[in-house]
Design a protein. Structure first.
Length: 248
């Protein structure tokens, strides 16, 4: 998969939306939140440890507990990174989007690649046997999506970002480690910025960036969904088979 973004002209008069997207506090490589290298369960009997991801009945399963949730997040970040890689490398990227849109989408590309690569490196260092327990590189198919069509790209980005926020919010309650929960909280805050930015590109100068279709008007909170609700949506783009039997 191509991982290098094209070089585009940089407009010095960027609007505040792009500045808002800067990673700022999310310097993942220096957070020190390296995942613990073992499961909470002592696997000293013959019972299968379902907390660990790996092949079960011929299909890769995400597992449960903290490792399951982090592997689930890694799958979603692979999808988002792949999508934005295709967006910024589309043949008519410069013609399809204006300067500000290109810079926002390029920022999102870099963020999602950082997220994906962080989860891969952290899980590789934490899993007892990453050769068999690390989720493989996934394959994707976007069907008839035209990456040179502004409306189609932004609508798909909106769906992916809104789904990503709901996924992190829903998975947070499943995380036991305070360090992992802090990490997830940092990433979901960036994903929420992405969702807001895409909505503002679609409908500038509107209230859509925090629309009541995603923010509950009675609680003031973003939507939250369990993995069993999120994966069928994301799975529409993922062609690599895997299961999540031990996640709610």
């Amino acid at each position: 998969m191509k991982n290098e973004v094209k070089i585009h002209e940089v407009d010095p008069s960027l609007n505040s939306r792009r500045s808002f997207l800067k990673l700022s506090g999310l310097t993942l490589a220096t957070t020190g939140l390296i995942l613990a290298g073992c499961s909470d369960n002592d696997n000293d009997n013959d019972m299968e440890d379902t907390t660990l991801p790996g092949i079960r009945n011929g299909i890769f399963d995400l597992g449960s507990g903290d490792f399951g949730v982090l592997t689930y997040a890694y799958a979603l970040e692979q999808l988002e990174a792949d999508f934005y890689t295709k967006v910024v490398n589309a043949t008519s990227f410069n013609a399809t989007f204006n300067v500000t849109e290109r810079q926002v989408l390029t920022d999102l590309y870099h963020h999602e690649v950082v997220h994906r690569d962080f989860f891969k490196a952290a899980l590789t260092g934490a899993l007892p046997d990453p050769s068999s327990q690390l989720l493989p590189t996934l394959a994707f198919n976007y069907g008839s999506l035209n990456f040179n069509n502004r409306a189609e790209v932004l609508a798909t980005a909106k769906a992916l970002e809104d789904t990503g926020v709901a996924a992190y919010n829903g998975a947070g309650r499943l995380i036991k480690s305070a360090d992992y929960l802090l990490l997830a909280g940092k990433i979901v805050s960036v994903e929420a910025r992405h969702a807001s930015a895409i909505r503002s590109l679609i409908n500038p100068n509107s209230k859509d960036f925090a629309g009541d279709d995603i923010v509950n008007t009675s609680t003031g909170l973003d939507a939250a969904q369990n993995p069993s609700k999120i994966l069928p949506i994301a799975g529409g783009f993922i062609t690599t088979k895997f299961s999540a039997k031990y996640l709610p």
